[in-house]
Design a protein around this ligand. Structure first.
Ligand code: FES
Length: 340
């Protein structure tokens, strides 16, 4: 006889809804079949979009399933709902409000406006949506781009905002043998047409929060953070204090320094610390962007943090910020892992 478990989803705005999950069914599949707006994308454990926190009951990952979650995140109760099967009735907390997942991803075409190498290993790719095409996104969410002439899709979080549409700006890390990197280096031209799809992901700015914002970015993890800063800049009313801690391995890998300086000029409440692991000089701090976070940065009880970068940076930043007193539920993170 198959077992049915009752699974409840608790959203950040206090709304909750339940669904019956059949034996062998993933929590995500059951939620989507019931029309519950759980944010998701790959449905295979690789994008982290469907992450939720198990707050009651027991639920494990499918046998043999791999996942992008860190061991410490699983130990803290986090689960990828697309890989999760309930072992008892259980409740998952979703770190977004109940209507956040109602925007559906769409496919669109975009033209290449320009391709500019802005650091030794980073390209700024400017796109413009084709006439009649549209897609919306929250600052921090990602879109997928098909590498022309292939079936390969790559995920990028725009550095621009929805207010900049139809223009979209991406920051792409160049990898030696990456499929997108090779196309950008060897073939990309203005007016090339790209297939894109989005928005995806549950890493996005929670707006109308007046407490200080701590933003930690490693490498091209800066892109969604710039989108968030620009959204805060354009929002009406008083701006929260913002600390941006951005880092790369070496000075030649830094990029968007003028963009950061301009935003500091526009937003007096924005402080920026820029770090490099090696060869620091002048105003650059030696170390990584987590080392640059100081004790007094987390003085406010309701401070929020947005982290975007490699998995090890996310883990270290989460540890450091919680150690300094930041509430774990106020930390939002997105891992950027390179794909070849
Ligand atoms: S939907 Fe991508 S990890 Fe679950």
């Amino acid at each position: 006889m198959s077992t049915v478990r009752n699974v409840t989803f608790s959203f950040r705005d206090g709304k909750a809804t339940s669904v019956a999950v059949q034996q062998g069914e993933s929590v995500l599949d059951a939620a989507l079949a019931a029309g519950i707006p759980v944010i998701h994308q790959c449905r295979s454990g690789s994008c982290s979009s469907c992450v939720a926190k198990l707050v009651e009951g027991r639920a494990g990952m499918r046998a043999g399933a791999s996942s992008t979650l860190l061991r410490s995140e699983v130990d803290a109760g986090e689960r990828l709902l697309c890989l999760t099967e309930p072992e008892t009735d259980c409740t998952f907390a979703l770190n977004y409000v109940s209507d956040a997942g109602t925007v559906k991803a769409v496919k669109a075409h975009a033209f290449v406006d320009s391709v500019e190498q802005v650091a030794s290993n980073v390209v700024r790719l400017k796109l413009e949506l084709a006439e009649g095409a549209w897609l919306d996104f929250k600052p921090g969410q990602f879109i997928q781009v098909r590498v022309p002439g292939t079936d390969v899709m790559r995920s990028y979080s725009p550095a621009s905002t929805a207010a900049d549409l139809p223009r979209i700006e991406l920051l792409v890390r160049l990898l030696e043998d990456g499929v997108m990197s090779t196309w950008l280096r060897e073939r990309a031209q203005p007016d090339d047409v790209l297939e894109i799809e989005g928005p995806f992901g549950n890493f996005f700015l929670r707006e109308k929060v007046s407490a200080p914002h701590i933003m930690v970015a490693g490498g091209t993890g800066l892109a969604p953070i710039l989108s968030m800063i620009d959204t805060l800049r354009r929002a009406p009313g008083r701006k929260p204090p913002i600390l941006l801690s951005f880092g790369c391995a070496t000075p030649d890998q830094l990029f968007c320094m003028d963009d950061i300086a301009l935003r500091k000029h526009w937003l007096p409440m924005l402080a920026a610390r820029v770090s490099v692991d090696r060869d620091a000089s002048g105003d650059l701090l030696a170390g990584n962007p987590v080392d640059a976070i100081r004790e007094g940065d987390v003085a406010h009880p309701d401070a929020v943090a947005y982290l975007c970068g490699p998995p090890r940076m996310i883990e270290a930043a989460t540890l450091r910020l919680t150690h300094l007193g930041l509430r774990p539920e106020n930390i939002y993170a997105e891992q950027f892992a390179p794909s070849n």
